[in-house]
Design a protein around this ligand. Structure first.
Ligand code: CP
Length: 320
């Protein structure tokens, strides 16, 4: 595997899930694979789970992880081309990327969407620069439009807890005080569309995901109707993707607290499990009662981030 952004990069999902089971049951079985290999984990934005699970996955494979926080541990990096660098950015990404990749065998990048320029974000401009100037395998650790390590961990979790061959999975938008990127819902939609599940997306009008991610998923604007009979409820906030109105890209169109997932919502499901990628705003996205219930999978879901990262890194090491 040379890069990991999209569901297609992992290939056959049944095979990937079987490999995930193996990795989870015997995490140290490939301890020699990463010997004398280095992975660099570059963070332009904050992280708890991605940073720690990626390091743990690398260590399980015998690799040396190096973590770099851009702008804190390093110089501030300029990412736009052709600019006069007379501001606060001391180094250009065009030099910084090949320097960083000269020190490692695999590189992981976290670089969120700026949410001001849809074209810049949806072209994955920063990630593409790492591919173009780096020459090493690249993992998206949540880039402008995708968060594949999260979506793979979500799929692993659904596969572990499902009680039906083809469960109903509902992704519901929920309110949040700040404008958030679409990377998590984009990837979740992309992966659920590829998986053997009955997938429904529910959100207020105006929050339609880009068709390249929403695919053929069923869209239901009535949240309660969407949740009827659900086996898994996946809550997430996202800002306006600008799909129908590009001028609204990155804006908050609704803060309707009626969309906060609470016991009233869970009551119409088929005893559904609750999922969220974390971090989560309690009593904005989900009520205390729902996230604290035994049917909440947020902790096992986060734990599976090590498994998804390890499968991806293992495949990259095998292909070096
Ligand atoms: N879910 C997730 O990516 O968490 P972090 O932002 O803490 O890494």
């Amino acid at each position: 595997m040379k890069s990991f952004f999209n569901v297609e990069d992992i290939g056959d999902l049944k095979k990937a899930l079987a490999e995930a089971k193996q990795v989870k049951s015997t995490p140290f079985a490939w301890k020699n694979l990463g010997e004398n290999k280095t992975i660099m984990l570059v963070f332009f934005n904050s992280s708890l789970r991605t940073r720690l699970s990626s390091q743990k996955a690398a260590l399980n494979l015998g690799m040396n992880p190096i973590v770099l926080n851009i702008g804190q541990d390093s110089w501030k990096l300029e990412t736009s081309m052709g600019v006069v660098m007379d501001g606060d950015k001391s180094e250009h990404i065009k030099e910084a990327i090949p320097v960083m990749t000269s020190y490692c065998d695999i590189i992981g990048i976290r670089a969120f969407a700026g949410l001001t320029d849809r074209e810049y974000d949806y072209n994955e401009t920063i990630l593409r620069q790492f591919i173009e100037y780096g020459g090493k395998p690249v993992i998206s650790l949540e880039s402008a439009t995708v968060h594949p390590c999260q979506a793979f961990a979500d799929l692993i979790t659904i596969d572990e807890y499902k009680k039906k061959d083809r469960p109903k999975v509902v992704m519901t938008w929920a309110p949040h005080p700040k404008a958030l990127p679409q990377a998590v819902p984009n990837s979740f939609a992309q992966w659920m569309n590829a998986a053997d599940v009955d997938f429904v997306i529910t959100h207020p009008e105006g929050y339609e995901l880009d068709p390249r991610f929403a695919g053929n998923a069923r869209i239901e604007y009535d949240q309660m109707k969407a949740l009827e009979g659900a086996d898994f409820v996946y809550a997430k906030n996202w800002s306006c993707p600008g799909t129908t109105n590009p001028g609204d890209y990155g804006k908050i169109l609704s803060k309707d607290m009626g969309w906060t997932v609470d016991e009233r919502h869970m009551a119409v499901t088929d005893n559904a499990y609750f999922m969220h990628c974390l971090p989560v705003r309690r009593n904005m996205i989900v009520s205390d009662a729902v996230i604290d219930a035994p049917s909440s999978l947020v902790i096992p879901e986060a734990a599976n981030r090590v498994v998804s990262a390890q499968v991806v890194m293992k495949r990259m090491l095998e292909d070096l």
